[in-house]
Every structure is written in structure tokens, then in C-alpha cells.
Design a protein around this ligand. Structure first.
Ligand code: ATP
Ligand code: MG
Length: 415
């Protein structure tokens, strides 16, 4: 027996309806917000993520599934959705489309992490990328797209926002951070000492206890925003207020990826322990240029669907199951079984889901089976029904029975 790889999950037939529900809800929200689907490959040249995600991030440093293919190319399984979309945008000349260009995806994502609840090596993300507008109202729209999805699913999550500024404010901020950490490095973790040299901003994200404590007194990016970035941030808050969306400014969110500029945000819950970030996103006005395209502003989010599902389950939310069978024929005797087979097919041809016995079970266990698969109606067919040409349609929820001639069955269900 070969087991499933660590950190991956099967979705079983009994629970796939939950995934369909999440995916359909995502597509519906995308439709309402005028967002079109984009599908990009599951793997890309490693170089794309080195340039696009950034080589000081955990993703690139520790988490990528990278291998050499038979043609000796370095290939990486998508560790996030944004870089692939940016590549597709450039490569397909989408710069000439009508702007803003609003795109979404539902994709598997691969990260070599230590598996635990809500932290997998393959997970799935619903994400959006809105290109072509610098205006803060589009930032608010991206946040509202995520929020609308989360509310439709029934989740209660808090919105945290921050601004990471632009290159100019960040340079000032990095200087201040270097100054602040200069005499504290000895008591910090080796990774942070490295971050100090390469990208001090990343220290803010450190999960080590000691570094976290030191970080409490670190300078805050919001005190270093230039005029333009600060105005942009204020304007975003105004639009969130217009939409009636509550938020908290959290200057400690710097997000895991190097490409963010200005707005960053997270939807978080305290019910999933340390895996409480359900959705993260932000603006990335330099990304497209950084991977070789003409400059175009963009903003997006990535939402972990396994975490959404976990949180929904913790909150006791039940997803509607629209995949239950409509009609089950319990049949006994050759003629009745043939009739059941015929009627099943006739109903299916009219778009009604129907099932019958294929195991030769007793009437009693056929009824049990019908119950198990959640059949809404059960029709028992035996010699009596064949002789009389009449049958009873039993509504399983109410127990009400309706008598019908056999030839009226199809009509009854397509009414
Ligand atoms: P975390 O801080 O939890 O590691 P992250 O900053 O790495 O999250 P992002 O890169 O922003 O996360 O990914 C967007 C979303 O994808 C996260 O908010 C989370 O819901 C989900 N996610 C990220 N990594 C995993 C994982 N290993 N397993 C399951 N979901 C994940
Ligand atoms: Mg992570």
C-alpha cells in the first residue's frame, strides 16, 4: 500500500459537494464583481518566482517544489497565483485590453511546509488580480470581493489593513529599522540577522518569540509614508467606510511577499489558532515591470479554501448539498426492475437525477440505501405495481405518498 504524500488531502465523494459549493460561490461573486477567470499552468519556470515573488521570502527560500525536468529546465510548482497571472498578462499582451482588467483563479498551490491543521503542502486558493488602476477605490473593490465571498459562505472574519508605502517611503522605513535593530541583533534569530542585511522589513513578520517581543517597539511603516502613499491609504479607508466595512489598521502586517506596494490586507479569525489568516492580499504596482513587462499597477488577494472550509466547520456552518438524488426506484422482480431501469434513464434524459438498485438487495435494504444517499422521493416497484400500472411516490422528508400511473412518473418530476 502506497500512502498519500504528507501534507496533501483527498476530497472524498461524500464531501465534494462542499468544494463545489465554495467554487460555485467564488465564481458567482466573481460574476457579480465583473471578474473574468484566467487559468495559468500548474508549473512555471523557477526564474518567474525568483523574480516575481522575491528571493528574501519564505516561499522562495524554503517552500518551493522545484525540480529539473527531463529537458534540464528548472521548473517550480505554483507556490502562489499572482506571478503566473503577471507572466500571462505580459506574454499575451493583455496590456492592450480594456482597463481595469479584473481576473480571478481557483488553483492548487504547492508549498513545502511543516504540515499541520490548515497548513498543507498542496492547498487551493481562490484569488483575484485587478490590473490597470492605481486608484484606491479599486483596492476597496478587491477587499469587497473577498469580503462578499466570505459573507456568502457565512464566515465571520476581521479585516486588517496596512500600507507598505512605495519605494521611497520604504527606503526611509528600512533605514529606521536598521537603526532600531542595530544593537539588538545579538538576541535575534539567525534568519532575522540575515534579514537585517537583505531586507529588514521581513523581520516584522518573524514568528520567533524573542524577535516578536523586540518587534513590539519597532518603528511603524505608517509613520514613514510619503504624501502620496498616505493620501492613498486615507482614501482607501474612506471607501471602506462608504461600503460599511469595518477594519483595523494593523501596522504589523507586512505580508510574506516582496512585491507589495501601498495597500496590504488580511482577513483573519482567532478560531483557527496560528493558521488564522484566511485571506491575504495587496497592491503590487512594480510586479509586472519587475518580471519584464511595461509598468502596470495591480492589486489582488489569495484566499486559502481549506482554511475557509475549516473555519466554516469550526463555526458549525452547513453547506447546502444540491447533489442529492431526486428519485430512487426500489424494485423487486424482473419486470419491475426493467421498468425501474427504463424510468431512471427516461428521467435522467429530462435532467432529473434518478437511481435504482444494481446489487439485487431486498426492498428493506433498498429503502435504507435510498435514505443514505438522501433521495428526496422513493418509488417502490414490484409485481403489484406492474400489474396495476399504479405506483406510490413517497416524499421522504414529509412521508406523504402520492399515487400515480406509471406512465405519468416522468411528467410528475419535470413539472
Ligand atoms: P501564513 O502566514 O499562514 O503562512 P501566507 O502569508 O504564507 O500565510 P499567502 O501567501 O498570503 O499566505 O497565501 C494566501 C492564503 O493562502 C493564506 O491566507 C492562507 O489562507 C492560504 N495558505 C497559505 N499557505 C497555506 C498552506 N500551507 N496550507 C493551507 N493554506 C495556506
Ligand atoms: Mg506562509
Amino acid at each position: 500500500m502506497v500512502n498519500i504524500p504528507k501534507g496533501t488531502k483527498d476530497v472524498l465523494p461524500s464531501e465534494s459537494y462542499k468544494w463545489h459549493y465554495l467554487e460555485n460561490t467564488a465564481r458567482e461573486v466573481a460574476r457579480i464583481f465583473g471578474v473574468k477567470e484566467i487559468r495559468t499552468p500548474t508549473f512555471e519556470h523557477t526564474e518567474l518566482f525568483l523574480r516575481g515573488v522575491g528571493d528574501t521570502t519564505d516561499i522562495v527560500n524554503k517552500e518551493m517544489y522545484t525540480f529539473e525536468d527531463k529537458g534540464k529546465r528548472s521548473i517550480t510548482l505554483k507556490p502562489e497565483g499572482t506571478a503566473g497571472v503577471a507572466r500571462a498578462f505580459i506574454e499575451n499582451g493583455l496590456i492592450s485590453s480594456a482597463m481595469p482588467l479584473k481576473m480571478y483563479y481557483i488553483t492548487p498551490v504547492f508549498r513545502y511546509e511543516r504540515p499541520q491543521a490548515g497548513r498543507l503542502r498542496e492547498h487551493h486558493q481562490f484569488g483575484v488580480e485587478f490590473y490597470g488602476s492605481k486608484s484606491p477605490d479599486i483596492d476597496a473593490e478587491v477587499i469587497l470581493t473577498a469580503y462578499t465571498f466570505l459573507s456568502k459562505v457565512g464566515l465571520k472574519v476581521a479585516l486588517n489593513i496596512n500600507s507598505m508605502g512605495c519605494k521611497e517611503c520604504r527606503a526611509e522605513y528600512n533605514k529606521a529599522l536598521k537603526e532600531f535593530y542595530k544593537d539588538k541583533l545579538d538576541s535575534m534569530c539567525p534568519t532575522c540577522r540575515e534579514r537585517y542585511e537583505k531586507n529588514p522589513l521581513r523581520i516584522i513578520d518573524c514568528k520567533e518569540d524573542n524577535c516578536k517581543k523586540i518587534n513590539e517597539n519597532a518603528p511603524m511603516i505608517t509613520d514613514y509614508l510619503c504624501g502620496e502613499c498616505s493620501e492613498h491609504f486615507e482614501s482607501l479607508k474612506k471607501y471602506l467606510k462608504i461600503a460599511g466595512l469595518e477594519y483595523t489598521v494593523n501596522p504589523r502586517i507586512v505580508r510574506g511577499l516582496d512585491y507589495y506596494t501601498k495597500t496590504v490586507f488580511e482577513f483573519v479569525t482567532t478560531s483557527l489558532g496560528s493558521q488564522g489568516t484566511v485571506c491575504g492580499g495587496g497592491r503590487y504596482d512594480n510586479l509586472v515591470e519587475q518580471i519584464g513587462g511595461s509598468p502596470v499597477p495591480g492589486i489582488g488577494f489569495g484566499m486559502g479554501l481549506e482554511r475557509v472550509l475549516m473555519l466554516a466547520e469550526t463555526m458549525g456552518i452547513e453547506f447546502p448539498n444540491n447533489e442529492k438524488v431526486e428519485v430512487y426506484f426500489a424494485s423487486m422482480g424482473e419486470k419491475a426492475c426493467d421498468k425501474a431501469f427504463e424510468l431512471c434513464y427516461a428521467l435522467r434524459n429530462k435532467g432529473v437525477s434518478a437511481e435504482t438498485d444494481h446489487i439485487g438487495r431486498s426492498f428493506k435494504s433498498q429503502f435504507k440505501y435510498a435514505d443514505k444517499i438522501g433521495a428526496k422521493f422513493v418509488i417502490a416497484l414490484g409485481d403489484n405495481e406492474i400489474d396495476s400500472g399504479l405506483c406510490k411516490v413517497r416524499d421522504m422528508a414529509s412521508g406523504v405518498e402520492t399515487e400515480l400511473p406509471l406512465e405519468k412518473i416522468v411528467e410528475f418530476f419535470i413539472k
